[in-house]
Design a protein around this ligand. Sequence first.
Ligand SMILES: [Zn+2]
Ligand SMILES: [Zn+2]
Length: 347
Amino acid sequence: MKALMLHAIGDLRLEQVPMPQPRESEALIRVAAAGICGSDLPRIYEHGTYRFPLIPGHELAGTIAEINGSSDLHPGQAVAIKPLIACGECAYCRSGNLGQCVDYDYLGSRRDGGFAEYVCAPLDNLVPVPEGVPLIEATLCEPAAVALHALHQGDIRPGDVVAILGTGPIGMLLAQWSWYCGASQVILADIDQAKLELAESLTLGITVNSRTSDPIAAVRAASHGQRGADLVIEAAGAAITVAQAIEMARPLGTVVLMGNPSGDVALSQALVSQILRKQLTLRGTWNSNFGALPVDEWQLVLDAAARRRICLGPMISHAVPLEQGPETLEMMHQRREFYTRVVLTNP
Ligand SMILES: [Zn+2]
Ligand SMILES: [Zn+2]
C-alpha cells in the first residue's frame, strides 16, 4: 500500500510499504480520509515521534476491510477511529478515564497511523459513522470531541456567555458546541483576520481581532451587565491569551486552558490576585473522553453531525490526495496558504 513514512525529523516520504495485518481483536480499515492535526506539524518537523520510521496520522475515518475477532461491526462499515489505545488495566482505565491511561499506545505517534491507504486499529476503537455524515467530515470527530470535552471540563451551562481565544478549527468547533449547549452569547477572538472572517461567515458569534481591538472590553460589552464571560476557553496557547482569559472571566467564572503553550507562561502578581479575588476556577483539558460514560463524546459528535446540529464540512479548507501529502504538509509548515482544516484523501 501507499503510505507517508516519517524516517526522521523533517524526512517524510511517500512509499510503498507492506499491508498491515490486524492482530487479534483488531480490524484492518481502508482509510478514506485522514485529517492533519496541529500536533502533526511539530511531530514531523520539530520534535519527531516515539520511533522511526513511523506512519503519522491519527484523525481518521474509513471503511472496515477485515475483522480479526468477534464484533458487531462488519466489513464495509464506515467508521471513525479513536486514536488512543488504552491499556485497559491501570487504575485510570478501570475507573473509565481512558484518556489518563498510564500505559497507552497511540495511532500516528507511538504506532503506525493513517497517512496511508490502510491502518489497523482495535475493534474497541471503532465508532460507526451514521448515514449522512461523509467520511471526510468524520475525520473531524477527534477535534470535535476534543472541543466538546473542553466545554464539559468547563461545566458549560445554558445561558453562559462563552469567550473563545483562538479561532482555528478547534475554536470554531468550540463555538458550535457552545451554541449546542445553550450559550447565550459566544465571542471569538484571534489575531488572524481570515480566520475571523470565516467564523463570521458561519455566524459562529461575535468576532474580535485582538490585534486591532481589546478582546477583554469586547467580552465585557457582550456580557450581561458588563461582568465578563461565564466561561473562557483559552485555545491559542500563548502567554498573552492566558492573561486575557483570566481578565475577561467574570467573578466566580471558569477558565479552561486548552491551547498547548508555545513557551513559558508567567502570571503577573495582578493576574494571580484576580484569580483569587474573582475566585476563578482554572481547569485543564486534554484529549477527549474515550469511554462510554459519563457521555461518549465521539458518539455525540457523530449524532450531532448526522442531525445537522453541528456542521463539520465548512471547517475543511483543503482536501488533497494522500500522494500530495509531503508538499501539503510542507505548505502548512511554511504557512504558504491560508488553511483551516486540511485532509488527505484516498479517493
Ligand atoms: Zn489531533
Ligand atoms: Zn490504562
